[in-house]
Design a protein around this ligand. Structure first.
Ligand code: ZN
Length: 219
């Protein structure tokens, strides 16, 4: 009897996690979900990106106005297309999975909003990639009458302890794990903590928007 209740509770909590998810979009992992699942950029995308960089270097060495430069430019354009296709394919699959598994998905808008300000190429590429991913996620959710919550870019998801809400002054990117001085939680995983905060903040926004029924269904 007790055992069956326990199983029911466990099923209910797993159910909740699956229905509303918070996602932290990162550099080392493309996406970290509040249920702990981390999705890396797949190898075929990385390979295509590496190839593109090589072709770009080759192009920069060619003499301006030469036939070889024109050829090299064409190769770069082809590589660009391959990278774009590989990335789009990956993003379509991941967004499809997330939409199938959830009623609502919560993301931060920080990365795409900062897109134009960033001058570093690697970061710029990542920003564009996150933005395109969120666009795919949004229309797929809409098609199924599901919800996307975009959090304000100033929300400090990385600096706030998901257990007690304590906000750290500083949280440099190099810190991957930290201890909360307020509630004593140790070994807080930077990315997972952010994803959990994103989910919780998104749930509050869904409630504020009168979507409580959606959440009742989820619990
Ligand atoms: Zn804490």
């Amino acid at each position: 009897m007790i055992r069956s209740i326990k199983i029911k509770l466990l099923t209910a909590s797993l159910h909740t996690v699956r229905k509303v998810t918070g996602i932290d979009l990162g550099l080392s992992n493309f996406a970290i979900e509040s249920n702990g699942r981390k999705t890396a950029n797949p190898r075929f995308v990385k390979r295509a990106e590496k190839n593109l960089k090589r072709k770009q270097r080759q192009l920069s060495r060619k003499t301006k106005g030469s036939a070889n430069r024109a050829k090299a430019r064409l190769l770069v354009a082809k590589c660009h297309e391959k990278v774009a296709n590989a990335r789009a394919d990956f993003q379509h699959k991941l967004s499809r999975t997330l939409v199938d598994e959830n009623q609502a998905v919560i993301v931060e808008t920080l990365k795409s909003a900062n897109m134009m300000k960033n001058r570093k190429l690697a970061k710029h590429i990542a920003d564009v990639s996150w933005h395109n991913f969120v666009v795919k996620l949004e229309y797929k959710l809409k098609e199924q009458g599901k919800h996307l919550v975009k959090l304000d870019q100033w929300y400090a998801s990385s600096k706030t302890c998901h257990c007690c809400g304590h906000k750290m002054e500083e949280m440099p990117l190099s810190v991957r794990k930290w201890d909360c001085p307020s509630c004593g939680t140790t070994d807080i995983d930077r990315d997972l903590n952010a994803a959990l905060n994103i989910r919780d903040k998104g749930i509050l926004e869904l409630k504020a928007a009168g979507q409580s029924s959606l959440l009742m269904e989820a619990v």
